[in-house]
Design a protein around this ligand. Structure first.
Ligand code: SF4
Length: 439
């Protein structure tokens, strides 16, 4: 696939008038939404004021109906999912104390810190061999001593062992970190990753681009402009990517809208984003949750659905919107399929990052569960690869006949354990000490 070319991924949410005429007219309870209803029904692009009005309105059903209309124009009743496996090679991160919303990272000698050897990564990947895995989703901390060679050997090794599995790996933040410690350009790091077998980049690390919100929740991370620059570079090299927004912490509605507009502007330029994923902030076991007094709570279903729907409506040039079921529960994700969503994440196998932050959802879903969930929403399940190419459909699928997790053995052992942080904030240590003591 060539990023930047017009193809099935860019089927317009604004077009397909024939299909549009089949859709019922949306009648808003909130009369202030009527001009936006007209715009969406006529296939016009929404502006900043429209997006703010959608976020401010309590008429969730109208916002959801409009998003459903926009989604059905592009994706009809198809719902995509991946048979994927998440792999997190290390949770050691130099930003452990400054990304205050994060519950995953550890200092090098903090309880629960881990860094996998390549053999351990390959063993973890092998544990999913019976799952017909088609995508490895690989993200982790910014380890001060893991080099680019470690990751390239990992990608090559995974490709050699699992040639049919696509590799979606390393957030823009990790790519920029590797470029910095290797004293290479971001472009050269991306080229090396592509040559070693990486198919696409995940969308993490974007958080919200607002400098004020970023200063509060992640003041040492890449800026929004820098995050966008890494993705622009990737798209220019033919590496497509996903994009995200972390919501439900200290951001304002204006911050959300400006974030979405920045993503839309880059997509107009490159056409390299495959999918947008709104990510719900989880407040457990992190400093921000403690400071806000929010521990034990999570985002509301109302806000989860609103973020899906407004994302679908504003990002009219990004072909897919994904609900991340480990974060918001499979129940909300099923409802989200009628609020503008056409992607359900995947089987996942073992989800670590959000469970460290208090997510109480399952660690994986089986094919049967995913197919039942999609069909229960009146939609058609389609298994996809990382590039949204259909892998198979399920017209003849008989539930219970297929030994895929959780019917198969659960992943067990040291590689598959969650151990929550002892404290939200680790003891402060000088940066040089972090580097010197890293594994
Ligand atoms: S959010 Fe990412 S970069 Fe920030 S501390 Fe967590 S793992 Fe590290």
């Amino acid at each position: 696939m060539n990023v930047g070319q017009s193809d099935s991924r860019t089927v317009g949410l604004l077009g397909d008038k024939a299909y549009l005429s089949d859709c019922p007219t949306v009648r808003p309870s909130d009369a202030s939404l009527q001009p936006i209803v007209t715009k969406v029904e006529q296939g016009q692009r929404l502006d900043r004021d429209d997006a703010l009005a959608l976020f401010r309105s309590s008429d969730l059903l109208t916002v959801g109906s409009l998003a459903d209309l926009a989604n059905r124009r592009a994706n009809r009743d198809r719902v995509y999912f991946a048979a994927n496996q998440h792999i997190n090679p290390t949770n050691v991160c130099v930003l452990r104390n400054t990304c205050v919303f994060c519950s995953f990272a550890r200092m090098p000698r903090e309880d629960g810190a881990y860094t996998r050897s390549l053999d351990e990564v390959f063993a973890e990947a092998d544990a999913a061999r019976d799952n017909a895995t088609r995508e490895f989703h690989i993200v982790g901390g910014l380890h001060p001593k893991l080099t680019l060679a470690y990751y390239l050997d990992m990608f090559r090794g995974l490709k050699a062992r699992h040639p049919d599995v696509m590799i979606k790996a390393l957030t823009a933040v990790e790519v920029a970190h590797l470029a910095r410690i290797e004293r290479q350009s971001v472009r050269d790091v991306l080229l090396a990753m592509r040559d070693a077998g990486v198919t696409s980049l995940p969308g993490g690390g974007a958080e919200v681009f607002s400098p004020a919100a970023r200063a509060t929740i992640a003041d040492r991370k890449l800026t929004g402009e820098e995050w966008l620059a890494v993705h622009r570079e990737a798209h220019g090299l033919g590496i497509p990517s996903n994009c995200t927004m972390l919501y439900g912490h200290v951001e304002t509605l204006e911050d959300r809208v400006d974030h979405l507009l920045a993503l839309r502007a880059l997509q107009d330029e490159t056409h390299g984003f495959l999918c947008y994923i709104p990510l719900a902030y989880h407040p457990d076991h992190n400093e921000l949750g403690e400071r806000l007094g929010r521990q034990g709570t999570a985002t509301t279903g109302f806000d989860d659905l609103k973020n899906i729907a407004v994302g679908r409506l504003v990002l009219d040039n990004i072909p897919h919107v994904k609900t991340h079921w480990p974060m918001v529960t499979p129940f909300i994700s099923q409802v989200a399929l009628s609020f503008g969503c056409d992607d359900l994440e995947g089987t996942v196998v073992f989800e670590r990052v959000y469970h460290e932050a208090g997510a109480a959802t399952q660690m994986w879903l089986s094919y049967d569960e995913i197919i039942a969930l999609v069909r229960g929403a009146g939609k058609t399940p389609v298994e996809r690869d990382s590039l949204y190419q259909p892998v198979r459909t399920f017209e003849d699928w008989v539930p219970g006949r297929h030994a895929v997790r959780p019917e198969g053995p659960a992943p067990l052992g040291e590689l598959f354990k969650i151990e929550h942080r002892k404290t939200a904030r680790a003891a402060r240590r000088a940066a040089t000490a972090i580097v010197d003591s890293a594994e």
